[in-house]
Design a protein around this ligand. Structure first.
Ligand SMILES: NC(=O)c1ccc[n+]([C@@H]2O[C@H](COP(=O)([O-])OP(=O)(O)OC[C@H]3O[C@@H](n4cnc5c(N)ncnc54)[C@H](O)[C@@H]3O)[C@@H](O)[C@H]2O)c1
Length: 421
């Protein structure tokens, strides 16, 4: 037997230490590799998580924007509305309230704090004109034709439903007659049933082609009962007759506003009357067409003046007819030149042959409104025209961008040519 010498023992001890060291190193390496893998996996996972998160964020961001928009639309901002106590707040019906004048009247009465119900069949009116009130607790919009009876509870009725511009009322003369006759009877019947006061939006057209100038309320008019405009002129005349029959026979409180030419934003693009015609022609660089010599006169009021007059009349004790118009008279040629200047248009003025039945003069006598209502127009012509020009410019832009602008169908052509209205 060979005995283990001190050298061998030394070598064995060294090997053992090496072994231990090696094992230790191997263990450390193992732990390090496990840790490394763990760290790698974690960072991979974190990277993955980040990617997923950023994808989710990408998908969610537009939804978040949509929710914000929805929130905004739910908390829609209405124009400021006064608070009226129960005793001062009235329930008001406006027939034709989605039209040009009716929508401005809606704005005024809503902002004054009343409860407003608009009834309209949207023949010439547009929801767009009153959309800023939709959803408001004081506002109601009903799609209804006044030729059919209506059963609601109201305190006041502004009866405006009727096409107003010649292309619109001549489009279907029988319907115009029905609206102004049967429609007015229905509204007077409603006023009688619920004890409401009714204001009729009558017109200066009840004076026809006037033989007196300016026209005051005592003038009985000069209307051709079988002419192309008779459906409107005579329709309004008989509507006035109906109001006074209901007043005398049934004690219904009536107010009759004889409205003269009015202009402003929300007029129809194809209104066909001189202000809108000239503005549109000037904006589109087309010639401004003047029928005849252009010496015929017209007077135009801005829509806010009319609305103030209608409200003043409704709340007055004046039951006989009252003219509401602006007596500032201008020749058609002056209007053409002024509009051309305000638009900054290079359009020429084109003279066409004189139109049939074109009234030579049209100007309201508003002494009665001044005296009994304390009302008179206050908006200067140029200021009103600038607002109307701004509105028509925007409408043309919408049209150019192919945005939907509803238009009444064009008038069927009748004998006789276009004339200044
Ligand atoms: N704008 C003027 O210069 C003027 C001048 C004189 C009188 N008026 C009278 O003022 C009133 C309003 O005129 P506007 O210029 O606002 O006209 P508009 O055509 O813009 O408004 C008339 C409204 O009545 C609605 N309507 C028509 N027939 C209806 C029916 N059968 N049932 C329910 N709704 C109906 C239309 O859809 C429209 O919203 C009319 O009665 C008109 O005769 C206006």
């Amino acid at each position: 037997m060979v005995s283990k010498g001190p050298l061998l023992r030394l070598l064995t001890a060294i090997n053992r230490r090496r072994m231990k060291l090696l094992v230790g190193l191997a263990f450390v390496a193992y732990v390090a590799s496990v840790w490394g893998n763990f760290v790698n996996m974690r960072s991979l996972q974190e990277n993955g998580d980040q990617k997923v998160e950023s994808r989710i964020e990408e998908a969610v961001a537009p939804l978040r924007e949509k929710i914000k928009d929805l929130e905004k639309s739910f908390t829609q901002k209405y124009p400021p509305v006064k608070f009226l106590s129960e005793k001062d707040r009235k329930r008001i019906l406006i027939t034709g309230g989605a039209g040009f004048v009716g929508s401005h009247l809606t704005d005024k009465l809503m902002m004054d704090g009343h409860e407003v119900t608009v009834v309209d069949n949207f023949f010439t009116g547009r929801k767009r004109n009153v959309e800023h009130w939709i959803g408001h607790e004081n506002f109601e919009l009903i799609n209804h034709d006044v030729v059919e009876p209506l059963y609601i509870e109201v305190d006041q009725i502004y009866h405006l439903a009727s096409p107003a511009s010649p292309p619109n009322y001549m489009y279907n003369p029988i319907k115009t007659l029905k609206t102004n006759t049967i429609g007015t009877l229905n509204m007077l019947g409603l006023a009688k049933r619920v004890g409401a006061r009714l204001l009729l939006a009558s017109t200066s057209e009840v004076y026809g082609d006037p033989e007196v100038h300016p026209q005051n309320e005592d003038y009985w008019g000069h209307v051709n009962p079988i002419g192309p405009r008779a459906c409107y002129d005579e329709g309004k005349r008989v509507a006035e007759t109906m109001c006074y029959a209901y007043m005398k026979q049934e004690g219904v409180e009536v107010r009759v506003a004889r409205i003269f030419n009015t202009f402003g934003p929300r007029m129809h693009m194809n209104d066909g009357r001189v202000v809108s015609n000239f503005i549109l022609q000037a904006l589109q660089g087309e010639p401004l067409t003047v029928y005849g010599s252009g010496t015929q006169t017209r007077a135009f009021q801005y829509v806010s003046d009319l609305v103030n007059g209608l409200v003043a009349l409704m709340n007055s004790n004046v039951s006989s007819p009252v003219n509401l118009g602006n007596p500032e008279e201008h020749t058609i040629l002056e209007f053409a030149q002024l509009i051309k200047k305000l638009v900054g248009s290079g359009s020429e003025i084109q003279f066409l042959s004189e139109a049939q039945d074109d009234p030579q003069k049209r100007k309201p006598d508003i002494k009665k409104a001044k005296l009994l209502l304390g009302w008179e127009p206050v908006v200067p012509l140029e200021e009103g025209l600038n607002k109307a020009i701004h509105y028509f410019r925007k409408e043309l832009e919408y049209q150019a961008n192919n945005q939907y602008i509803p238009k009444p169908k064009p008038a069927r052509m009748k004998k006789g040519r276009t004339r200044h209205n």
